[in-house]
Design a protein around this ligand. Structure first.
Ligand SMILES: [Zn+2]
Length: 358
């Protein structure tokens, strides 16, 4: 009887997955795009024609006023400053004039045209007091190239799983109008110190490093979120040591730069720690609830990759490759997709919270 019940449950879950798969909408950016200074831009006039956005351009001040329904967006050509309604905002990159065409970074569209955001339902609507805008997110798939990260009993490599999951998180967040960059989008080695620098160069608002764990105990399974801290328990210290191992693959310059910048980092990290903890909690809550996964904790640890990021930064461990069941789940494309949707929803929850009431 019990086995039958389990079978029924299994078929029910499969049917749900199939339905969910069949219902998933794919949204592709609807206009011509061009990469300018490593950022994706679109021609503003194309949006005006395709989506009924009215415009008015003053060639003297170079201000372009866009209107759609009851929304107004004022762009200044050559600047990343803009005005949405009455509020000054900052774009990820300046609006540019190229070949007599005004180009804007892709997120500009989301200010005027509502985008369907499939993970919004999971994200919830709890608004906090205004902390910061969350428009640009840098996702950091751990390891890569000569550094495989953890390796499961059946050969699943951390560097491959986390890259796939990060790409899926990127896709979900882009649907919600968030600008997302990856520190790597292929199998390459990037020194730990370079990763937060990428976040800096992209003017990211938050930094999320994605990893999969391994431990000597084969029985541990679950999900963890870490923020940078020096006060840690033994497990967190051991994990940080494992995740910092790629430092040995790097050159000595990094250690020198750590000591030089240590004081500055400490100051900025202290300011960011509160928000990093909040990001970690929102992310952890959403993932553990929607994945029905044991939340092993939101903890502090001394991860090298989080040092030097001057923005709220967390490191997530999406599961345990050392656990047979954990490795099997992380092999499953559907599971990875659900994990990615949950991480995206967690980031959206923090975004809604951090951007506060309108
Ligand atoms: Zn790792």
């Amino acid at each position: 009887m019990r086995e039958n019940g389990l079978k029924n449950k299994f078929f029910f879950v499969c049917a749900l997955l199939l339905l969910a798969g069949g219902c998933a909408t794919t949204s592709k950016f609807p206009y011509t795009t061009q990469v300018i200074h490593s950022t994706v831009y679109f021609p503003v006039m194309e949006m005006c024609q395709a989506d009924g956005v009215t415009w008015d351009y003053d060639p003297l001040s170079q201000v372009l006023i866009l209107k759609k329904d009851n929304k107004t967006l004022e762009l200044l050509v050559g600047s990343d400053r803009a005005i949405l309604g009455n509020a000054p905002i900052r774009l990820s990159r300046p609006v540019v004039l190229k070949d007599s065409v005004v180009w804007a970074p892709v997120e500009v569209r989301s200010y005027l045209i509502p985008v369907p955001c499939p993970v919004a339902a999971k994200a919830g609507k709890e608004k906090g007091i205004f902390l910061r805008p969350v428009r640009v997110v840098v996702l950091d798939p751990g390891h890569g190239g000569k550094d495989p990260g953890a390796i499961g009993k059946n050969g699943l490599r951390e560097k491959d799983v986390v890259l796939d999951v990060a790409k899926k998180v990127q896709k979900e967040l882009q649907r919600c109008g968030v600008v997302v960059y990856l520190t790597r989008d292929d199998d390459r080695f990037i020194p730990l110190a370079e990763r937060p620098k990428i976040a800096g160069s992209k003017k990211a608002d938050i930094f999320v490093s994605i990893h999969a764990n391994a431990t000597r105990s084969r029985w541990i399974e679950g999900f963890e979120v870490y923020y940078l801290s020096t006060a840690v328990d033994d497990n967190a210290r051991a994990l940080a040591a494992a995740e910092n191992a790629p430092l040995e693959l790097e050159d000595a310059d990094f250690f020198e730069s750590i000591s030089l910048k240590a004081i500055l980092w400490d100051m900025i990290q202290t300011e960011n720690r509160k928000e990093s903890i909040e990001l970690a909690q929102h992310l952890g809550d959403v993932v553990s609830a929607s994945m029905n996964l044991k939340m092993l904790g939101v903890k502090g640890a001394g991860f090298a990759v989080l040092k030097g990021a001057y923005i709220p930064s967390v490191l997530v461990e999406i599961g345990y490759l050392s656990n047979g069941e954990g490795e099997r789940k992380l092999c499953d494309p559907q599971y990875r997709k659900r994990m990615a949707e949950s991480i995206a929803a967690g980031i959206m929850r923090f975004k809604i919270y951090a951007e506060g009431s309108e």
